[in-house]
Design a protein around this ligand. Structure first.
Ligand code: SF4
Ligand code: SF4
Length: 383
């Protein structure tokens, strides 16, 4: 039975504006399909109904700031994601921006970075970051870096680069199989050895305790450590991430696609309509299937026997489901996160910051679309 999720500030409605026209081949969403006006209407309505609204845009224009202001979005709570050249053109607007301004960097070297963003983008990116750094001494710059098979050896250099650029935060994401990344060749995805190597490198950087380094964090899709779970339970993380479980997908977090108004459990699932769990209505979030509440009771290993599963929520569900699809070709909402940091026995788990197999509730065939991945031959279109 479809159920309305009662509006509450504990429920996050993330509106995926989704009009980015860049062509990053590893993005977890299909970009360029958004509807800005509809996104604004949903964000305003979600706020007015009493949900916590979050507007997820890739622009830093005045109209976005008007939305952030209306819905009370704390820009320290998550950074605006921009391309460097665009940020340079919007410097005036950023001078007084006290929250985070985020940039994506795809390696520590020109050739690695440009594998994703195309020729000529390396210098432009660094110039843009420096320009924002110089224009706004009080804003906080956040670097995002998605690690994959082609850049993971550069982790230490990326940290050095971030220190040289004077940024405040450096966040490492793990390349996930969902969205456009499904078309990437298999060697782009990280295996256990590479992940162990990355975690060791990050731990070494962290242990160096060098004040020049930014605050380094790992995105949720690496999983959490027992130490982190304990902190979460103590409420230390709750100011920043006020959810009952580390992965709140489909329980406390929902994503609305701005054009289709389809509801997904998390923005990481939002490039694929087979993951739709409901729709946005004038009354709010209507969940029609697979609301993720059952998932925790049937998690597979290693999550099934994990002592912190209740706190964790079964890892990053998007990562676990995506990883399982990549390795087996099957959709399984109960898949365990087999490369969770906790499974590295603590040895490579940086301190930074039930198993009953059940049939899938959604019979999702793996996409049989041809592999369309092509290395970019020119710089992506500017916003
Ligand atoms: S094993 Fe699973 S439930 Fe346990 S911490 Fe890792 S992702 Fe979370
Ligand atoms: S699926 Fe992953 S990214 Fe989405 S809410 Fe859960 S932890 Fe966060």
């Amino acid at each position: 039975m479809p159920e309305l999720v009662p509006p509450s500030k504990d429920i996050l409605v993330l509106v995926l504006e989704n009009s980015c026209r860049l062509g990053c081949p590893h993005c977890f969403v299909d970009a360029g399909q958004g509807d800005f006006d509809q996104a604004r209407r949903v964000a305003f309505k979600a706020h007015d109904l009493g949900y916590k609204a979050y507007f997820y845009a890739t622009q830093i224009t005045k109209r976005c700031f008007e939305i952030y202001k209306y819905i009370g979005q704390d820009l320290d709570d998550g950074s605006i994601c921009v391309r460097a050249e665009f940020a340079e053109r919007q410097l005036d607007g950023l001078v007084s921006q006290s929250g985070r301004v985020g940039f994506s960097i795809h390696g520590a070297r020109k050739e690695t970075h440009e594998l994703i963003t195309g020729p000529g983008t390396w210098e432009r990116t660094l110039d843009g970051i420096r320009a924002v750094r110089n224009a706004n001494k009080f804003g906080k710059i956040n670097l995002w870096c998605t690690l994959h098979g082609k850049n993971y050896r550069e982790v230490t250099e990326i940290c050095e680069l971030a220190a040289d650029l004077g940024v405040h935060f450096l966040n490492f994401q793990k390349l996930s199989f969902l969205g456009r990344a499904r078309s990437l060749p298999s060697e782009w995805f990280l295996g256990r050895d590479e992940i162990g190597h990355i975690l060791r490198m990050i731990q070494t950087v962290y242990d160096a305790n060098d004040p020049r380094y930014p605050h380094i964090t790992l995105a949720p899709n690496w999983g959490i450590t027992e130490h982190q779970a304990a902190r979460f339970e103590e409420g230390k993380k709750l100011d920043y991430y006020p959810t009952k479980q580390y992965c709140p997908a489909g329980r406390q977090h929902f994503t609305v696609h701005s054009r289709t108004l389809a509801v997904y459990s998390c923005h990481h699932f939002a490039a694929d309509e087979r993951f739709i769990i409901g729709r946005w209505t004038d009354d709010g979030l209507l969940v029609e299937r697979d609301n993720f509440h059952e998932t925790l009771r049937s998690l597979e290993e290693p999550c099934g026997s994990c002592n912190i599963a209740e706190t964790c929520g079964g890892g990053c569900r998007a990562e676990a489901v995506g990883e399982h699809m990549r390795l087996t070709g099957e959709y399984n909402p109960y898949a365990g996160l087999t490369t969770c940091r906790r499974t590295y026995n603590g040895e490579h788990a940086p301190l930074l910051t039930i198993s009953t197999r059940r049939p899938a509730t959604l019979p999702l065939p793996v996409s049989d679309e041809p592999n369309e991945f092509k290395f970019p031959t020119s710089a992506p279109a500017r916003l």
